[in-house]
Design a protein around this ligand. Structure first.
Ligand code: GDP
Length: 728
C-alpha cells in the first residue's frame, strides 16, 4: 500500500494540486432504478459542486445530459465529473487523511444492459466502484451483470444499499442477497438504524458510534448529522457486526490475524487500514447503507470512497503492448514518466463541440503539447483541455497521471485509442466490447435526408463501439446493428433529435457471427501480367482461434523483408476486409488471431492494392481450412412467474432450444433463469403473457455467442440468405 511521503517524492510533479494518493477515480454502478443518478447527484451536492439538489424525477440532474435520458430516466452515456472532498475530523477517520482534500472523479456508468459498451468502457478506466443496490429489491438481474463486469476488469468495490427509506427496505436481506447471488465476501461497515419511514441513521461499526441525520428540508449545506453513542436497542447488533468484521478481516489479513491470536486490541485506524488493503485487492466488500433520495448516508459514503477505494497507486499498473508485436509493457502511474493515456469516451457537447474523454496513466500533458496516436500513426496538437465540474466545463492548462479530463476539438480519435508521446510506441489494452446481437435495415422517411442520415449514423458509431452501421452490398440497404431493440430505438431517437432525420426501420434480425475451431495456414496471391505494368502481391498467414471475447488480433511476424514493410498495412487491410464481410456464410468473423508470416514481392509490379488482395485471399484460404463454424447470440433470460405456470413456461423455454440454469421458488413466485438463443426469442413477450394469463414477466440480456447446432444450421443458413439485412 502507498507510503504517502515516499510517493510524493518519486511520482508526483511539484505542479500538481492533488497528489496521486489523494485521487479517487470511481464509478457508481447499479441496476437501473437502484438510485445511481440520485446518488451521484447527492455526492456532487455534498462536495459543493452543485448548489441546488436535482431530483431525477424533475429531469434536471447534472449527469443526465441527453434529452431522452431525462425523459426515460436512464443514464445512457457515461460522464466523468470531477469534484473535491475534505473529510471531517469527527467522522473518526484515518489520521493522515483528516482535513485533507481529495480529488474525486466520478465516472457515471449506465445500468441498462443494452448499454453494455458504456459500462465496459468506464470499467476500464475506473480504479474503484460504488455498487448501488436497492434496499427493497436487493440484487437484481442486471446488478449481477454489472458486478460481473466489475469483476472482469478487477475493479475494487464498496456496496451501498440505497432506498432504506422505502417500504419493504431490508438491509440484512440485501446483504444476504449479495453474498448468495454474487458470492461477495461482503461485510457491513455501516449498519442501518431503523428502516422504511423509521430509517434514522447508521451505526459506524468500526468506531462503534451512531450517526443520526436530522430531519427537515435540505439546507444549502446539506443535511447535518450528529455523532452519538449507539442507542441501547442497537448495541448488541453493533458489537456482533464488529466481531464479524474483525473475524472476516483476520481470515484474509495476517497482521489482523496476529492481533486476534495474541488477543491484543485492534484500534479503529488499524482495522480501517486492513479493510482498505483487502478492499483494494478485491478480497472484501465493505457494505454501507442510506437513502440518496432523503440525503442520508451520502457523506459517510464519500468518506468510505476516500478511505477504502484505491488511488491510482494502489492498483496494478495499466498494461500495454508494443503495436504489431507480442511484447507487453506496464505503465505505472508517474508524472515524471512518458505521457500515456487512453481515450475512453467521445462526446459531442452542445457548447464545447467534440470532446474526447481520456484517462492519463503516466506522465503529464500541457496545453500546446502534441499527442501521438499509435493506431493512426498521427500526431495532433492539443489546443484545449477541459474537466467537467458539476454542470460546468472548466478549462485547465495541464493534466497529470491518474487524471480524467477531456480533449477538445481533436479529430481522428476513437474510443479505445491510446494517446501517448511519440517516442513511446504503445497500445494500451483497449476495452473489449460485446458484439452486436441484432440488426435492422434503416431508411430516411424523406429521400433527401439520405446523406444527413449516413453522416449522423457514422458519428453515432464513432461514439458507441457496440453500435455499427454499414451498407449491405447485395441490397444496397443501410443496416444498423446493436445490443438490443432499445439500443437501436435510442439511436433512431438521437438521429431525430441531433440530426433532424426521421427514419423507418425494418424488422430486427439476428446478427450471426463466424469463427474457426483449429489453426491453419493460408496463402494468397494476386498476380496479373497483361502487358504494361502488372500486379504482384503474395502473402502467407497463420490463423488460430482466439480466446472468446478477445476479438481480432493481427500480428506482423514477417522477417527478412519477404513482404516489404510498406506493404504490411495493405495486407493488414485486406485481412480486415475479409474478416468484416465473412467467409463461411457472409457474417462478420470474430475471435481469431492472424499472423502475417511470409510472402514475396516483385520489384516493379508490387503495389498496395495487390497486397491488399493477397491479404483477402490468404484469409479466405486459411479460414476454409480452419474448421469454420457459425455462431449465434445466446441470451440470459430470467422469467418470474407464479408457481402454477412454472411447468408451462419451462416447457416453452425447452422448445426454444433453451438451457435452464436455475429454478428458484420463494413466496409463491418462481424465478427461472435460462440461456436461450436470441433467434428463438422473437415474440416471447406475447408467449409468456398468454402462458401465464399475463402474470409472468421476464428480462433478457446478451450472454454469449455459441455455435449454431447442426440440427438448425441449414434452416439458419437458408433464412439468412433470404434475409440479407441480417448480415452484419
Ligand atoms: P438510476 O436509474 O439507478 O440512475 O436511479 P435514479 O437515481 O434515477 O432513481 C430511480 C428512482 O428511485 C427515482 O424515482 C428516484 O427518485 C428514486 N430513488 C432514488 N434513491 C432513492 C431513495 O433513497 N429512496 C427512495 N424512496 N427513492 C429513491
Amino acid at each position: 500500500m502507498s507510503d504517502p511521503a515516499a510517493i510524493n517524492q518519486s511520482v508526483n510533479s511539484p505542479q500538481r494540486q492533488y497528489p496521486l494518493e489523494r485521487t479517487r477515480n470511481f464509478g457508481i454502478c447499479a441496476h437501473i432504478d437502484a438510485g445511481k443518478t440520485t446518488t451521484t447527484e447527492r455526492i456532487l451536492f455534498y462536495t459543493g459542486l452543485i448548489h441546488k439538489i436535482g431530483d431525477v424525477d424533475d429531469g434536471n440532474t447534472v449527469t443526465d445530459w441527453m434529452e431522452q435520458e431525462k425523459e426515460r430516466g436512464i443514464t445512457i452515456t457515461s460522464a466523468a465529473v470531477t469534484s473535491f472532498w475534505t473529510q471531517k475530523k469527527e467522522a473518526g477517520l484515518q489520521k493522515n487523511f483528516e482535513g485533507i482534500a481529495h480529488r474525486i472523479n466520478i465516472i457515471d456508468t449506465p445500468g441498462h444492459v443494452d448499454f453494455t459498451a458504456e459500462v465496459e468502457r468506464s470499467m476500464r478506466v475506473l480504479d474503484g466502484a460504488v455498487a448501488v443496490f436497492c434496499g427493497v429489491a436487493g440484487v437484481q438481474p442486471q446488478s449481477e451483470t454489472v458486478w460481473r463486469q466489475a469483476t472482469k476488469y478487477k475493479v475494487p468495490r464498496i456496496a451501498f444499499v440505497n432506498k432504506m427509506d422505502r417500504t419493504g427496505a431490508n438491509f440484512d436481506n440485501a446483504l444476504n442477497d449479495m453474498r448468495k447471488k454474487l458470492g461477495a465476501y461482503a461485510f457491513p461497515i455501516y449498519l442501518n438504524i431503523g428502516a422504511e419511514d423509521k430509517f434514522a441513521g447508521v451505526i459506524d461499526v468500526v468506531n462503534q458510534k451512531a450517526i443520526i441525520w436530522g430531519e427537515g428540508d435540505l439546507t444549502n449545506e446539506g443535511l447535518k448529522y450528529e455523532i452519538t453513542e449507539i442507542p441501547e436497542a442497537h448495541k448488541e447488533r453493533a458489537q456482533t457486526a464488529l466481531a464479524e468484521l474483525i473475524d472476516a478481516v483476520s481470515n484474509k489479513d495476517d497482521s489482523i490475524a496476529e492481533l486476534v491470536l495474541e488477543d491484543k486490541p485492534i484500534s479503529a485506524p488499524v482495522l480501517k487500514a486492513a479493510i482498505r488493503r483487502l478492499t483494494c485487492k478485491i478480497e472484501l466488500i465493505p457494505v454501507l447503507c442510506g437513502t440518496a433520495f432523503k440525503k442520508k448516508g451520502i457523506q459517510v459514503l464519500i468518506d468510505a470512497v476516500v478511505d477504502y477505494l484505491p488511488s491510482p497507486l494502489d492498483i496494478p499498473p495499466a498494461q500495454g503492448m508494443v503495436p504489431d508485436t507480442e511484447t507487453s509493457l506496464e505503465v505505472p502511474p508517474n508524472d515524471n514518466s512518458k505521457f500515456c493515456s487512453l481515450a475512453f469516451k467521445l462526446w459531442t457537447d452542445p457548447y464545447a463541440g467534440k470532446l474526447v474523454f481520456f484517462r492519463v496513466y503516466s506522465g503529464q500533458l500541457k496545453k500546446g503539447d502534441s499527442i501521438y496516436n499509435p493506431r493512426t500513426r498521427k500526431r495532433e496538437r492539443v489546443s484545449r483541455l477541459m474537466v467537467i465540474q458539476g454542470s460546468e466545463r472548466k478549462d485547465v492548462d495541464s493534466v497529470y497521471s491518474g487524471d480524467i479530463a477531456a480533449l477538445v476539438g481533436l479529430r481522428n480519435i476513437t474510443t479505445g485509442d491510446t494517446l501517448c508521446n511519440e517516442d513511446f510506441d504503445i497500445a494500451l489494452e483497449p476495452p473489449t466490447f460485446p458484439e452486436p446481437v441484432i440488426s435492422m435495415a434503416i431508411e430516411p422517411k424523406s429521400k433527401a435526408d439520405q446523406d444527413k442520415m449516413s453522416q449522423g449514423l457514422q458519428r453515432l458509431a464513432e461514439e458507441d463501439p457496440t453500435f455499427r452501421c454499414f451498407t449491405n452490398e447485395e441490397t444496397g440497404q443501410l443496416i444498423i446493428a446493436g445490443m438490443g431493440e432499445l439500443h437501436l430505438e435510442i439511436i433512431r431517437d438521437r438521429l431525430k433529435r441531433e440530426f433532424s432525420v426521421e427514419a423507418d426501420a425494418g424488422a430486427p434480425q439476428i446478427a450471426y457471427r463466424e469463427t474457426i475451431t483449429k489453426p491453419a495456414e493460408g496463402e494468397g496471391k494476386f498476380i496479373r501480367q497483361s502487358g504494361g505494368r502488372g500486379q504482384y502481391g503474395h502473402a502467407i498467414i497463420d490463423v488460430e482461434p482466439n480466446e472468446k471475447g478477445k476479438g481480432i488480433e493481427i500480428l506482423n511476424k514477417v522477417v527478412g523483408g519477404t513482404i516489404p514493410k510498406e506493404y504490411i498495412p495493405a495486407v493488414h487491410a485486406g485481412i480486415e476486409e475479409a474478416i468484416k464481410s465473412g467467409v463461411y456464410a457472409g457474417f462478420q468473423v470474430i475471435d481469431i488471431k492472424v499472423s502475417i508470416k511470409d510472402g514475396s514481392f516483385h520489384e516493379v509490379d508490387s503495389n498496395e492494392l495487390a497486397f491488399k488482395m493477397a491479404g483477402i485471399f490468404a484469409l479466405k484460404d486459411a479460414f476454409a481450412q480452419a474448421g469454420p463454424i457459425l455462431l449465434e447470440p445466446i441470451m440470459k433470460v430470467e422469467a418470474t412467474t407464479p408457481d402454477e405456470y412454472q411447468g408451462d413456461i419451462l416447457g416453452d423455454i425447452n422448445r426454444r432450444r433453451g438451457m435452464i440454469q436455475g429454478v428458484d421458488a420463494k413466496n409463491g413466485q418462481t424465478v427461472l433463469t435460462a440461456q436461450v438463443p436470441l433467434a428463438e426469442m422473437f415474440g416471447y413477450a406475447t408467449a409468456i403473457r398468454s402462458l401465464s394469463k399475463g402474470r409472468a414477466s421476464y428480462s433478457m440480456e446478451p450472454f454469449s455467442f455459441e455455435q449454431v447446432p447442426n440440427s438448425v444450421l441449414t434452416t439458419v443458413m437458408d433464412a439468412a440468405k433470404k434475409r440479407p439485412a441480417a448480415r452484419s
